[in-house]
Design a protein around this ligand. Sequence first.
Ligand code: FAD
Ligand code: FES
Ligand code: FES
Length: 455
Amino acid sequence: MKIELTVNGMLRSFEVGPMTRLIDLLRDDLRHTGTKEGCGEGECGACSVIMDGQLVTSCLIPAIQASGSEVLTVEGLGTSQNPDPLQTAFSEEGAIHCGFCTPGMILASHALLAKHPEPDLKTIRRELSGNICRCTGYEKIYEAVNRAAREGYGQDIKPRPNLCVQKAPSFTPEEAERYFYPATLAEALKTLQQHPGLPILAGGTDLMVDVKGGRLHLDKALAVFHLPELHELRQDDNCIHIGSCVTNDELDNSPLINELLPSLAACARQCGGPAIQNRATIGGNICTASGAGDLPVVLLALDASVILASADGEERMRLEDFVLRYRQTALKPGQLVKAILVPLPAKGSRQVFFKRGSRKALTLSRVSLAAYLELEEDKIRLLRLAAGSMSPIPRRLKETEAELIGKKLDRPLLEKAASAASREISPRKQTHYRKKITGNLVSRFFEEVLETAGK
Ligand SMILES: Cc1cc2nc3c(=O)[nH]c(=O)nc-3n(C[C@H](O)[C@H](O)[C@H](O)COP(=O)(O)OP(=O)(O)OC[C@H]3O[C@@H](n4cnc5c(N)ncnc54)[C@H](O)[C@@H]3O)c2cc1C
Ligand code: FES
Ligand code: FES
């Protein structure tokens, strides 16, 4: 395959396999060895670069999806003779020790200051949460970012659009039978009709990890992340339409989602660090069908449906019926998930998402809980509770819901609600911890509702 990309302002051409990783193009072909490989699975941030204005982990970007993009690596920021002010701040604040994490940390800081030219400490921590440093200690890194911000570093960075339509690669005739980069959704659906069962490659944050881990060999794929139709996010008559390739970052930054589905926005901002959030899609999270997936927990509580599209038309299915079991959905050959539909929440309803993991930043859920509540006077009219990380796939807590619907929401009910939820879940590991925390989270949700009502 032939692709062209602009790296640090220079147009470069490569002849590579479609699944060659961006990090390998940078390090092996261009000898831009500032980009480091640590984990190779999106977790350490050492390979972070900026692609089309967005921080990404280059170990998870296949060449097919980098085609036509503009990439900035640490070599493009400055040199040792002529360092960038951010590099100077890192060096003078003592934020560099062995230096392995530094290029990724500096690019993450560049992306952070482009978005937030005057960040507070909480923002700095959050935006650097996907970059791990094993030796400096983070305080000096945060101070270096602060100093660059005080010196006005972020003011000069031009914002970039979230989604740049990239140039299709030119495949060899043999590759053109197996790899596809459609120009439109209609073309993608036609391709799926001709090649049913073709793996769908959205943001790649699950698939590329499986490739790296040797669990998957992607010798064919249909790339869909770049399709604008799949990034549509809008309010229709009685629901919110979320295109399947809407990313966690797009959810987190959408005023519509923050206003109407705050539990979904809260969840999206807790899934991975910023580089992962820029690529991880809502459709990918659902279709991976893992018990640890976070967005499906919220979507179950919000009673979402999926729109499945094929060249023959569309069908709508409740999310609850779509995810069948671990790593298995009801998707038929020739279909893809086009969008997720979430009913508009009732006026005065309450929703929440809680996640508990082994550490604060960048953690997989050990316990997650989402709730949606409608009250009539002080009685529970409608309640949907969903839990993740307890079973092979996230699921609703229907027995607890049934026990509580129709009851008066008051303080004596909190304990009852907590013990009903603890009883209903049956995690196979860390059973006592998970039961206890789930019960506590249910009770905390109701307590917050009572507190806002001044009771
Ligand atoms: C470091 C790291 C941290 C993470 N943290 C979290 C976390 O905290 N919480 C969490 O829930 N997840 C987390 N993930 C997992 C991952 O980011 C999410 O599951 C993500 O939403 C997957 O989306 P994607 O677009 O990258 O999927 P991809 O990897 O592109 O695809 C995943 C699966 O979905 C299928 N698929 C994708 N789109 C469609 C479609 N439109 N129609 C049909 N099938 C489709 C693919 O064929 C594949 O089987 C993390 C991953 C990494 C690497
Ligand atoms: S090498 Fe660790 S995130 Fe890419
Ligand atoms: S400076 Fe050594 S890992 Fe960060």
